[in-house]
Design a protein around this ligand. Sequence first.
Ligand code: FAD
Length: 273
Amino acid sequence: MKQKLKQLENPYIPKPYKILDFHRETFDTFTLTVNMKTSHEPGQFVQVSVPGFGEAPISICSDSKDFIELNIREVGNVTRALAKLRKGDKLLVRGPYGKGYPMQHIKGNNIIMIGGGCGVAPLKGAIGYIENHRADFNDVLLYLGYRSPDDIIFKREMERWKKEYHIKVTVDKNAHGKFCYDAKEGFITDALKASSFTNENKVVFICGPPIMMKGAIDILKQKGFHDDQIFISAERLMYCALGICCHCMIRGKFTCIDGPVFRYDEVKDFKND
Ligand SMILES: Cc1cc2nc3c(=O)[nH]c(=O)nc-3n(C[C@H](O)[C@H](O)[C@H](O)COP(=O)(O)OP(=O)(O)OC[C@H]3O[C@@H](n4cnc5c(N)ncnc54)[C@H](O)[C@@H]3O)c2cc1C
């Protein structure tokens, strides 16, 4: 009897999706809306590629099954090539990959999100999830830090967030005294230190430069937070995103499949790696 051969899909081959919108956020960051219909958790990422340039992991920063949004900073070959794409162009994408924020398991809590620069992107996905499941969560406090007013991303969303949530914005320097959402000059960790919240019924998401994440965790610990109340997003250089190449592995954990979101007690001993 002839047996039907099951066709194996090659997990490394991306599929083309149409770009629905290109929005310039700042001089070096932009947001792509991509016609990719997929279910995903906030904090998960996709691998996007540009032929001849390469592939890069980018966090999904939206919460919809009908499309994905990707906020990208131009830092190198792939991300600069991505910046040349426009509405109507095709984008090669594979994924989504990784473990995101445990939204199902933290219902009923107050959520604190601490983001620095581009690190606000994955948090925007979690904010979107909360907007779509508002009754499941209590207060939301956003602490967002940027280098300058010109580096503030998601200005379109900021007005809405300001009405819905407690929001503190800081800029390292505001040399020209620009209006920027009542932002105070200083680091986001200063705003965190000055806040009077306790750890009661709270879960914290942190994403940003390592030095900011470390400072934020130290302050949270001083405020009495336990390690299992804190979730961090780890960024490592990665290639396969499938737990095969081992490039993103830290002491037996793959950032691509065990993360990129980790509960702090799972990774706190990896600080120096
Ligand atoms: C899980 C995950 C999610 C990410 N989400 C986003 C996102 O939402 N938006 C975004 O703009 N970027 C995100 N990044 C970072 C992004 O993938 C890199 O900036 C990108 O791969 C750079 O590619 P490139 O070819 O443009 O730069 P390259 O030419 O490869 O590198 C430019 C510079 O960036 C450094 N670099 C490259 N990748 C990383 C990395 N992963 N961590 C630290 N430094 C790096 C290089 O060492 C080099 O100094 C994410 C990374 C990971 C691992």
